[in-house]
Structure formats: C-alpha cells, structure tokens
Design a binder for this molecule. Structure first.
Ligand SMILES: *Cc1c(COP(=O)(O)O)cnc(C)c1O
Length: 360
C-alpha cells in the first residue's frame, strides 16, 4: 500500500469550531466546507462540525452530497445557482441561495414553478468580484421581495478582499460601505470570513462564515494557526522508501537542480505532485523526517521527493516523513512554495489515503 496518507483529526476540527464560536460571540456560525471541505472530505468535515448553525458550499452537487449523507440543517449555496434549471432541485433540497447578479433575479422572477427559498443578497462592498453595487442593494432587495420566491426577508451579505492583512484599511472601508448601503433594512447581516472574524470584531454581525480557520490554518498573511489557538486538522505524511549516499558534486533528480556540497545521505519519500504536494516547493522547503526538521532537496517529482538526511544518522527506510500538519504548519510550506495554505489543502489528490483520528 502506498504510504502517502492524510490524517484528518476530527477533534481538531471540533476544537477549531469552538474557537470560531468564541470569537463569534452571539453571531451564528456558517462553517464553510466548499471544495470537499478544503480537501479534508466534505461529509467527514460536516459530520465533525455538525454543531455549526449552517454549512456554506459552492454548488448544488456539494449540497446534495450533504443531504444524501443525512445533513438536515441549513446549507447555503455561496455562489447561488448557475442555471435556472437548478431551482427546482434547490427547493427540493431546501437550500439557502445567495443572489449576486441581475440575471439571477430575472431567473427567479421568471421561474414558473415558484417555491419559497431562503435568499441571501450579496452586496459588493469593494471586492469587485460578485455582488450588487452598494447603491443598487435596496432595489435588488425589493425585487427579491416581490419575486414571489423569497421566504421571509433576505439575509444581507458581503465578502472581504483584504482581511488577511490586519493593517489594511480597506476592510474597515468595506464594513462602512456595507453598513451604509444596508442601513435601516430589516434582516440579518453577514460579512466575516475567517480573517474578518479573527481580525475585525466589527464585522461579526449576525452570521460569520469561517472556512480556513476551521482546518486549523491562520487566515493571515503572516504567522500560523498556533498563535490563534487553532489545531491543524490535516497531517500529510508518507515514508522513506530509499536512503542513498552521494559524493560531493552529485546532482539530484530531474534537472539536477540541487548538487551535494559534500559527501552526504539523501532520503527518498513517496509523495509528489501527483499527490498534490506542490511542484513549486523549492530545495529548502521544510519537512519532518522521523519527527525532526529537515528540508527538501531538488525538484519535486510526480511520486517522490528527496530529503536531506545530513545530521540525521539514526533515520531508517520506512521512517515517517511529514509534509505538513502536526509539528509543521502548512502555512510555512505554502510560503516556501509561493502559494497559500488553502491551495495546498484543496489540492491533496484522490490517491492519497485519508485516515481519521480523534473520533469519539
Ligand atoms: C470561501 C468563503 C468563505 C470562507 O473564507 P475563509 O477565508 O476560508 O474563512 C466565506 N465566505 C464566502 C462567501 C466564501 O466564498
């Protein structure tokens, strides 16, 4: 059996939800579990986080998988619907729907088989990706109320562009713009992703929408989850399948991008970009070999990486290698690889075996 394994710590997921709740104070918590639970397994994560007040997903297929697994609570489609022919299923599955564009309002107005849906109106407070311009929020909301499909009043929401940088003033401006665009309108409000929740107390409102922090990862550009009392939910490991000795000047792997400066021992670990480990991780990217810190050497291959065994004479073939997780923050690996932890977690591929720990 291939030794590459992602161990998912269910107790860490639950712990991180508790931390999110502490920061949320009285706000309700929508646990964002799109993209296969940020790579941790959609139903597995939903089951561990069943105490959340709602789940946020990106599409109907994800929501349907949750319903089929018996999740009866609220599920919010964060991008709304992609085509009008989804509306019947959305009603049947009793999903909450984000409405972010005129074409969606028109489709709801034209829907012949109208059924009441819980709607969220997305306001663009400055990110300029999805949502109605602030000055159009009132009119869009009126249209939803008169469309004949709105159950109760819409929840008003927006999304932050720069909340991962605490010093960035644009988040405060987005909060102000959203508050003034929605002032006096009845209905709950939702602004905060993980970074908003942890960094901007004014953004908590009625619903918070943490994603990345639930997986134990800091949403901020600096630091890692430990300082926020978060615990990593995924630990990606494999094993050493070879230990080889090379001479000074021997160059390793494809392209020979790293050459031994001295006679030395090099380990080969069975994991590569075919497993979702980032190919752009350069020599020097940290790994743990038998629990001790070491580094990647040479280029990442599809199925293997090479690791530095200088100073680790007791290491043997079969010893565990940790790529990220417990003892090695994924944030740190992401910085070396020139990406963000979100991408690394989402990219763990199908062939990596998933194991659960920390269940009751
Ligand atoms: C993905 C997403 C979130 C969660 O963001 P994190 O940075 O992972 O906390 C919240 N709200 C919306 C609309 C999203 O798409």
């Amino acid at each position: 059996m291939r030794p590459a394994c992602a161990r998912i710590d269910l107790s860490a997921l639950r712990h991180n939800l508790t931390i999110a709740r502490q920061h949320a104070a009285t706000a309700r918590v929508m646990a964002v579990i799109k993209a296969n639970g940020y790579g941790h397994g959609l139903v597995r994560v939903a089951t561990a986080l069943e105490g959340a007040d709602a789940f946020g997903v990106a599409c109907m297929e994800e929501a349907q998988a949750l319903r089929e697994a018996g999740m009866a609570g609220r599920i919010v489609l964060l991008e709304g619907f992609f085509a009008a022919d989804e509306l019947a299923s959305i009603a049947r599955l009793d999903l909450d729907l984000v409405v972010h564009h005129d074409w969606q309002i028109e489709a709801l107005e034209r829907w012949s088989d109208k059924q009441p849906l819980r709607l969220w109106l997305k306001v663009d407070s400055g990110m300029h990706r999805l949502g109605f311009a602030p000055e159009r929020a009132v009119v869009a909301r009126e249209r939803l109320l008169h469309s004949g499909v709105c159950r109760g009043v819409p929840c008003l929401m927006t999304h932050f562009a720069n909340a991962d940088v605490r010093e960035d003033r644009t988040t405060e401006r987005q909060i102000e713009r959203f508050n003034s665009a929605t002032e006096g309108l009845p209905g709950p409000r939702s602004l905060a992703n993980s970074a908003g929740l942890l960094g901007f107390a004014d953004s908590r409102a009625d619903w918070v929408r943490p994603g990345i922090m639930l997986y134990g990862v800091s949403p901020f550009a600096q630091g890692d989850g430990r300082a926020l009392d978060l615990r990593p939910a995924m630990t990606l490991t494999t094993r050493l399948i070879a230990i080889n000795r090379y001479r000074a000047g021997d160059c390793l792997g494809y392209g020979g991008s790293w050459c031994c400066p001295e006679p030395m021992t090099v380990g080969v670990a069975a994991i590569g970009y075919g497993d979702g480990y980032p190919r752009h991780a350069p020599s020097g990217t940290p790994v743990l070999v038998g629990g001790q810190r070491s580094q990647l050497l040479g280029r990442v291959s599809m199925d293997m990486v090479m690791v530095d065994l200088r100073g680790l004479p007791e290491v043997r073939i079969g010893d565990p290698v940790t790529l990220w997780g417990e003892g090695l923050p994924v944030e740190e690996v992401a910085r070396h690889a020139g990406t963000i932890a979100y991408e690394l977690l989402c990219n763990v591929s199908q062939r990596v075996r998933m194991e659960e720990a920390g269940g009751d």
